[in-house]
Design a protein around this ligand. Sequence first.
Ligand SMILES: Cc1cc2nc3c(=O)[nH]c(=O)nc-3n(C[C@H](O)[C@H](O)[C@H](O)COP(=O)(O)OP(=O)(O)OC[C@H]3O[C@@H](n4cnc5c(N)ncnc54)[C@H](O)[C@@H]3O)c2cc1C
Length: 333
Amino acid sequence: MEYNIDLKNFTTFGVSANAKKFATFSTEEEARNLTKNNNEALLILGGGSNVLLTQDFNGLVLKNEIKGISIIEKNNVTVVLKVGAGEEWHNFVLHTIENGYFGIENMSLIPGSVGASPMQNIGAYGVEIKDVFEKLEALEIETGEIHTFTKEACAFGYRESVFKHALKGKFIITHVYFHLSLVEKISTKYGAIEQELLKNGISNPTSKDVSNAVIAIRSSKLPNPKDLGNAGSFFKNPVVPIKLYNKIRETFSNVPSYPIDENSVKVPAGWLIESAGWKGKKIGACGVHVNQALVLVNYGGATGNDILNLSTEIIENVYQKFGIVLEREVNIL
Ligand SMILES: Cc1cc2nc3c(=O)[nH]c(=O)nc-3n(C[C@H](O)[C@H](O)[C@H](O)COP(=O)(O)OP(=O)(O)OC[C@H]3O[C@@H](n4cnc5c(N)ncnc54)[C@H](O)[C@@H]3O)c2cc1C
C-alpha cells in the first residue's frame, strides 16, 4: 500500500489529483484482501483512459494488473479465450491477430484494459465488444464472492452496461471471456478502412492489414495521450427524436444522421460541437482538439475542473444552438 500518490500518470488526461491510498492487485485473492476491510471510498483503475479526476480521491485507488490469456474452448470454427482484466486491450487485439482469431481487429489501438472494455461496451469501426463477448467474472466488493455475468446480465448498450448503472461501484471485473472466429471474417466497410487499404494497394486484406489500417486512421485523427492528455471521445453521440432532427435540418441542411428506429436518429456529437464553433478552441490550458471536436485535450497543467467546466460550456452552447443535450462519455470523478 502506498499513501498520498499523485494520479497524474495514471490517467490519460494527465491531470493531478491525490490518492489517499494506492495499491495494485494481480490476482483475485489480492483484490479480495485489499477490499475486505476497506471502509473508505474505492476506485478501480485500469489504464485511466476513460476517467477525468476533478478532485483528490480521499480513499483507496486499486489498479488492476490481473494478467493472462488462455484458451478455454476451441473447435474448428470458434475459440473462447479467458483474459485477465489487467491485460492491455490493444496487446490482446494483437495477440488474437497473431494467432489467427478474427473479430476484434477493427478495435485496434483503443487504449485501456480488457477489464474496462465491458464497462462501456467499447467499440470502433462497426464492432463492439458485445459482438464477441461470452461472459465475465467479477468480484463482488461487499462479499468477496466471484460472480459470473452473461452477455444478457451485462445489459450492453451504446457505451453502456449494467456496471455503469445498477451495479456501479459494486464489482471488480477480474476476467473477461471472448468468443472469436477461426474462420476468416473481415469487415472493411466502416469508416475509412477500405480507402486506407486501397491507398496501400491491398485488395484482399488479412486481419493484420485491417488492424494496420485502423491504427493508421486512428493515429492520424486522434491525439496520442502520451503527447497530449485526452480521453478519446468526451461525449456520446446523442440519439435525437426525428421531429427535433427535422427542425434542425430546416436551418442546418447538412446535419448528418444515422438511423436508429422510425422515431429517432443518431447525430454525431463531433458535428454539433464543431458547428457550434468549438473545434480547435483553447481555453487556458485545455481545449477542443484541432482535428476532432469530440476530443477535449489537456495542453499541460489543466485541472480536471478546467476540463469539466469546458465540457459544461460546450453542453450548454450546443443545447442553445440545437436543442440537444450532450451526455458525457468519460467517467467524471
Ligand atoms: C485516444 C483515445 C481513444 C479512445 N477511443 C475509444 C474508442 O474508439 N472506443 C471506445 O469505446 N472507447 C475509446 N476510448 C475510451 C477508453 O479507451 C475505453 O473506455 C477503455 O475501455 C477504458 O479502459 P481503461 O482501462 O483505461 O479504463 P479506466 O479509465 O481505468 O476506467 C474506466 C471506468 O471503468 C472502471 N473500471 C476500470 N477497470 C475496472 C474493473 N476491472 N472492474 C470494475 N471497474 C473498472 C473505472 O473505475 C472507471 O469508472 C478512447 C480513449 C482514448 C484516450
